[in-house]
Design a protein around this ligand. Structure first.
Ligand code: GRF
Length: 216
């Protein structure tokens, strides 16, 4: 089996990166992580990649005069590593349109809400304030508009009485760690792909299988 080469962009803790690393350790998993880039030095995610013997790079966005030049530096590293897919995993920078367009259909992100609800930051605070009883997480293709690309996979997570931002975030994170590997598997195996601005599943039933892995 040829595994799809994957680059992961992070800014911090890297627990989703860890979930992807663990999935890639499975002999039957169709992807391998060949490059991890952080825009913040010395973060936990870099240590996680180091322990898994994955090449890491720190590219501090603060060292670049513009967003485009920072993105170009990342792009060069990803292409040198011959990466096929790029996963954003807690990467806290907005990417330039040029970067997003050049990785179209090969760039994905995880967001801790059921998109298209609760795009942006401070998601769990806003979920609690809104009174919704079900939250969740989403893996989607990245497009220029923030948190708006075609959805690949989602998991539902209950909002429980007495939840704080912290407890809801922790429950959602458990679901994220199941969902991201599942979505990467679909992508790397060619089961899910971007076509005419929508996610197309090779198996028409694939979406059904994705319902709420966190609750099963
Ligand atoms: C996750 O909740 C992810 O959904 C969001 O940022 C957080 C990153 O956490 N985009 P980690 O760095 O993967 O632990």
């Amino acid at each position: 089996m040829t595994r799809a080469r994957v680059g992961v962009l992070i800014s911090g803790r890297g627990s989703n990166l860890q979930a992807l690393i663990d999935a890639c350790a499975r002999p039957d998993f169709p992807a391998e992580i060949v490059c991890v880039i952080s825009n913040v030095p010395n973060v936990e995610g870099l240590a996680r990649a180091g322990r898994a013997v994955i090449p890491t790079h720190t590219i501090a966005h603060t060292s670049f005069p513009s967003r485009e030049l920072f993105d170009t530096a990342m792009d060069e590293l990803l292409r040198q590593a011959d990466v096929r897919f790029v996963c954003l995993a807690g990467f806290m920078r907005v990417l330039s349109a040029r970067f997003v367009d050049s990785w179209k259909g090969r760039l994905v992100n995880i967001h801790p809400s059921l998109l298209p609800s609760f795009k942006g930051l401070n998601v769990h605070r806003r979920v609690l304030d809104s009174g919704v009883r079900i939250s969740g997480c989403t893996v989607h293709f990245v497009v220029s508009e923030l948190d708006s690309g075609p959805i690949i996979a989602q998991a539902a997570v209950p909002v429980l009485p007495g939840d704080s931002e912290h407890t809801l975030a922790a429950r959602t994170l458990v679901a994220e760690h199941k969902l991201y590997p599942l979505a990467l598997e679909l992508l790397a195996a060619g089961t899910a792909r971007l076509e005419n601005g929508r996610t197309r599943f090779a198996n028409g039933n694939a979406q059904g299988q994705l319902f709420s892995p966190a609750l099963q």
